[in-house]
Ligand binder design. Structure first.
Ligand code: HEC
Ligand code: HEC
Length: 223
């Protein structure tokens, strides 16, 4: 792992919580074609993605003991669940586009009011004995520019359902979009798929709902 995050930070309650990409919802949906990899991904391949991007680390091999343990855990959680059926509560809720385009300034206000107390003024999180008690939202110790959470729509869905912690559903959709835009307009580790220029990587890997490669408040994102 290349950052201070753990799987549970985004897959809440040990991967059990509906609307926070629960692992029981995932298990029966793979193998599946994914546009991101342009490949038919097995459940192991899908998790390798989270290791490389969300955790900014190196993915264990498909037959590594850690991978086997994760697959066994998911299989157990999905006991009795149908295969190939998109169960209610899988992944994060999809929010409709907000009434007004998401804004940095509005997002900063939402952040200061609702998030900063746990995640820190600069999104750096809070640590005890080197362990993140409140995970970072941006900076070197956070998810990288290849992670699903860097997409403003994906983060907005997660935040609306789950944040502030244990008070999910309280923010308006607009607030969730604004704060998602704000945290995803900050500096974070490089997209590991970027081999040449940012512009080339933008074309290849980044579409809408994403600020990678843009200059926001004087910072070019992705460098
Ligand atoms: C920074 C947040 C974050 C972290 C940390 C993270 N993930 Fe994910 N994970 C995501 C997002 C975002 C998705 C895609 C959700 C979506 O499509 O809306 C996802 C998707 C998945 C899926 C597929 C879900 C489905 O229903 O298709 C699995 C399985 C998964 N992650 C496992 C893991 C494991 C195992 C770890 C730890 C090694 C991990 N994740 C760490 C954010 C994270
Ligand atoms: C009461 C403390 C608290 C507040 C307030 C809070 N969070 Fe969190 N947040 C957490 C904790 C703790 C986790 C990790 C959950 C876990 O591991 O079970 C988390 C996880 C996250 C994650 C996924 C992990 C990561 O670091 O990327 C995001 C994104 C996030 N919070 C955004 C927000 C936003 C945006 C707000 C304000 C609207 C907010 N949080 C308010 C405690 C809080």
């Amino acid at each position: 792992m290349g950052n201070s995050l753990n799987c549970v930070n985004c897959h809440l309650d040990a991967g059990r919580l509906a609307d926070s990409a629960p692992l029981w919802g995932a298990y029966g949906m793979y193998p599946a074609y994914r546009a991101k990899t342009k490949n038919v991904d097995t459940i192991e391949n899908r998790m390798q993605g989270c290791f490389m991007y969300s955790m900014n680390g190196k993915a264990p091999a498909v037959d590594a003991p850690e991978m086997k343990a994760l697959v066994v855990y998911m299989y157990w959680m999905a006991t009795g669940a149908p295969v190939g059926k998109n169960l209610p509560g899988r992944i994060y809720p999809v929010l409709k586009n907000p009434p007004r385009a998401p804004s940095w300034e509005a997002g900063q206000l939402v952040f200061e009011k609702n998030c900063q107390i746990c995640h820190g003024k600069n999104g750096e999180g809070q640590y005890t004995n080197g362990q993140a008690v409140f995970p970072p939202l941006w900076g070197e110790k956070s998810y990288n520019w290849g992670a699903g959470m860097h997409r403003v729509n994906t983060a907005a869905g997660f935040i609306k359902a789950n944040m502030p912690l244990s008070q999910g559903g309280q923010l308006s959709d607009q607030d969730a979009w604004d704060v998602a835009y704000y945290i995803n307009s900050q500096v974070r580790p490089k997209d590991p798929r970027q081999t040449a220029t940012i512009e080339e990587a933008v074309k290849k890997f980044h579409e809408e709902n994403c600020n990678y490669g843009k200059e926001i408040h004087g910072t070019k994102l992705g460098l």
